[in-house]
Design a protein around this ligand. Structure first.
Ligand code: ADP
Ligand code: MG
Length: 282
């Protein structure tokens, strides 16, 4: 975890301290916001199939997620969590409702424009890692930069930095089958952050990991969040949810509870040492 990424470069969501009175006054930190949430879902429904086999996976969901929040989405299997992640990540479109991502109405975008916004703003992490087999960690991590048109030398440098960031600087030439599950998930995290996304979306990222690897992954998420990245983690594990600043629970396609565990601008709840925070952000 030595070489932190550069801070999130995102002119549309940048919020310089000088222009932000709340930063100087912690008491006002959660004061009324002056700009829209980075993720704004309004009355979103998702229906799969037709007629007798219709499944209402999301039922009239409204949810705002602010920049810099760390949100756990919880719920039993089949409650609509992955469907929600697919909508938020522009991997699928809602049947009804409006979704704005960083102020842009996703419903008005072409498929190509959706792919571009997804590439620029979002880093995805999945339970099953989704690495390309028989391909080195380095090449796996370089891939999003190939799509983004980054030149070979810069691609390599950035991929190595991302792998060092997740503690895998000594494993860049390993194939996925030469790495443990936890290491493979860290490669997947490096791949997700190599484009410097403002939003990290993870669907059951620790579902296939042992407790040590789970702790490593969570501490990387905490660091990414302390850099003011928005982190959304889908999980059914309470041990994961305790690390989030906010926990939203789903049941049968509806939000049944929404609990804040720590302020958006503060440290994640399980990070107690300011020294840790300073080291991570510096
Ligand atoms: P979770 O991630 O919480 O387990 P999902 O979002 O995957 O839940 O699924 C929500 C509901 O939608 C489930 O009933 C599931 O069977 C259904 N579903 C998910 N994807 C599809 C699909 N592509 N086609 C039809 N039904 C689906
Ligand atoms: Mg799921």
């Amino acid at each position: 975890m030595s070489a932190p990424l550069s801070s999130v470069a995102d002119p549309t969501t940048a919020n310089p301290t000088t222009a932000n009175p709340a930063a100087a006054n912690p008491a006002a930190a959660e004061a009324p916001r002056r700009r829209p949430a980075v993720i704004e879902l309004r009355r979103i429904s998702k229906i799969y199939g037709v007629g007798d086999i219709e499944v209402h996976a999301l039922k009239d969901i409204s949810l705002d997620i602010e920049r810099g929040d760390f949100v756990a989405i919880m719920g039993a299997s089949g409650s609509g969590k992955s469907t929600l992640m697919n909508v938020i990540g522009c991997l699928d479109v809602a049947t009804k409702g409006r979704y704005r991502l960083a102020g842009t109405d996703v419903g008005n975008l072409t498929d190509d424009e959706q792919a571009t916004i997804r590439n620029r703003r979002i880093g995805f992490i999945f339970q099953s890692f989704n690495l390309i087999p028989r391909t080195t960690a380095l090449v796996n991590v370089e891939l999003p930069l190939v799509y983004a048109g980054v030149k070979r030398g810069e691609r390599r440098d950035r991929a190595i930095a991302a792998l060092e960031r997740v503690g895998l600087g000594a494993r860049i030439d390993h194939m996925p089958n030469q790495l443990s599950g936890g290491q493979q998930q860290r490669v997947a995290i490096a791949r997700a952050i190599v484009t410097n996304p403002a939003i990290i979306l993870a669907d059951e990222p620790t579902g296939a990991l042992d407790s040590t690897s789970t702790a490593e992954v969570l501490s990387i998420f905490e660091e990414l969040n302390m850099e003011r990245r928005t982190v959304v983690v889908i999980t059914h594990e309470d041990e994961v949810a305790v690390h989030a600043k906010r926990v939203v629970r789903f049941r049968d396609g509806e939000i049944v509870s929404d609990v804040r565990q720590a302020t958006i601008r503060g440290l994640p709840p399980n990070v107690s040492s300011p020294a840790h925070a300073v080291r991570s952000i510096a």
